[in-house]
Ligand binder design. Structure first.
Ligand code: UTP
Length: 416
């Protein structure tokens, strides 16, 4: 018997996860090795505590929530050009990069493949990746630069993502020169008894650790180091699933530089007081996002003297960070949130189970949980119809789906 296995068995026993080696003997050599490596690298203490947290009653937070200031991009008047000039200069000097988070599973959309490869049905049949890339290229031309593009994938979709880019000749970008891929972290999925699941390949079933994993992944993969070597000072981080995302915005950048903040975020005003979105706020005096499930009815309805919602600025995953603040955020672990999901797994007899309802916990960190790391941030309200066309659901949902995003995209680009 491999002495390493004996050692690992003891660890598994300590955490009640002995079953992870049940099918070890049925695996080929490379999978055997991979399973052992997985077991060695998993933080069982963390996984067990995350599972126990799922059993705790969710306490109503005692945090002090207050409104946060924002500026409306369409009401900046003379300041518009002032901020824009500052931002333009920095972009021309090559100080801006874009990061696209494309490591999500896209379960709601249900597309077979990375979400970025999805064709939203435009006449051009361009994928989300290509639409975003078109925008970067077009903006880069205005400033006579190529905006470096960093793409976060997951272990699950990394190969397929890179193959897709290769097939499309990287849409004119150059891999490892101005286009970089990096893989986000993951955490094991556990069943309702706290047992870590084994996937169809006989290995531990892991899932991406949420978009909050971005900071740690950027640092660990050496991307922040690379950015600094390239003279990049500011990084726009956005999702893959907003086909109107404006990654290069001199006004946002100029605002951040002028106000000497390290984070500047875009918001769109809530469609109505009851819309189920997270909104910007201050939490114990620090910038934050409050989830719709956390906000009271009274707060959701509250308005200022101008009649604007006090908590009306939705977080749309369009945020600009200074590189050094990403490094700081990457060093500090974020809390994990739990999601109850469907997960295919091998049962104790090695039989494949394909559940038709949720059966497992997935743990995810949220990007905005790191906002409390900074004392202040700038928030710029932009127009929904100009910058926000999310592709979250399949068309049957009727909202935030390919057909709604396609219409918004066409309207904005005058394609009809
Ligand atoms: P969502 O939270 O909407 O998740 O991601 P999703 O994975 O795309 O879709 P569902 O919830 O499974 O249906 C918002 C953005 O964050 C990225 C997604 O790729 C998307 O761009 N993301 C999310 C990651 O990069 N990694 C993650 O672990 C989660």
């Amino acid at each position: 018997m491999n002495p390493k296995i004996e050692e690992l068995k003891n660890i598994l026993k300590k955490y009640g996860q002995e079953h992870l080696l049940n099918h070890y003997e049925t695996l080929d050599e490379s999978h055997k090795q991979e399973l052992l490596n997985q077991i060695e690298s998993i933080n069982f203490e963390l996984v067990n505590s995350l599972y126990h947290n799922t059993k705790k009653e969710h306490k109503q937070g005692k945090d002090k929530i207050t409104p946060i200031e924002y500026l409306d991009k369409n009401k900046l008047y003379d300041d518009y050009q002032y901020y824009e000039n500052i931002g333009k200069k920095a972009i021309k000097e090559g100080k801006l990069a874009a990061v696209t988070m494309a490591g999500g599973q896209g379960t709601r959309l249900g597309h077979n493949g990375p979400k970025g490869t999805y064709d939203i049905g435009l006449d051009s049949h361009k994928s989300l990746f290509e639409l975003l890339c078109d925008n970067l290229k077009e903006e880069g031309k205005k400033y006579n630069v190529t905006i470096p593009w960093f793409i976060m994938t997951s272990r699950e979709n990394n190969k397929a993502t890179i193959a897709f880019f290769e097939k499309h000749k990287y849409f004119g970008y150059q891999k490892d020169k101005n286009l970089f891929f990096f893989i986000q972290g993951e955490l094991p999925m556990v069943d309702t008894e706290g047992k870590i699941l084994i996937g169809e390949d006989g290995l531990i079933k892991q899932a991406s650790d949420g978009h909050g994993g971005i900071y740690e992944s950027l640092v660990k993969s050496g991307m922040t180091q690379k950015m600094k070597q390239m003279g990049i000072e500011w990084v726009f981080i956005g999702g893959i699933d907003n086909c109107l995302v404006k990654m290069v915005d001199p006004v946002l950048m100029g605002l951040a530089i002028d106000k000497a903040v390290t984070v500047a975020c875009k918001s769109v005003v809530k469609a109505n007081a009851q819309e189920k979105v997270g909104v910007f706020c201050k939490r114990n005096g620090k910038p934050s996002v409050i989830e719709y499930s956390e906000i009271t009815e009274e707060m959701a309805e509250a308005r200022d003297e101008k009649g604007e919602l006090l908590y009306g600025e939705s977080h749309i995953l369009c945020n600009l960070f200074r590189v050094d603040v990403i490094e700081r955020m990457g060093d500090n672990p974020l809390p994990y949130h739990v999601a109850y999901k469907k997960a295919t797994y091998l049962d104790k007899d090695g039989k494949l189970v394909v559940p038709d309802s949720p059966n497992a916990y997935k743990f995810e960190a949220f990007l905005f949980d790191a906002f409390g790391e900074v004392d202040d941030m700038a928030i710029l309200r932009v127009k929904r119809e100009e910058e926000f066309a999310p592709v979250k659901n399949s068309d049957s949902a009727g909202v935030d789906c390919p057909s709604t995003a396609r219409e918004l995209y066409k309207k904005f680009h005058h394609l009809d």
